[in-house]
Design a protein around this ligand. Sequence first.
Ligand code: SF4
Length: 59
Amino acid sequence: MHTAGVTDVAFPESICHRCVYLRLVTSGKGSQFLMCRNPALPKYPPQPVRSCVGFTAKA
Ligand code: SF4
């Protein structure tokens, strides 16, 4: 049984959640990781990201 709901999101304050490059990854243990798919940037930037040169807002 999960203690955290699946709708709980890691680092809700991160601007990555509003960026087209974000991919949310959930581990087998249920931990959530914010993966960046912008090829010019590290896959796992230190969170929470508050400003980013690659930020591209979702439509
Ligand atoms: S480009 Fe920047 S803001 Fe967008 S997901 Fe990657 S790290 Fe986050």
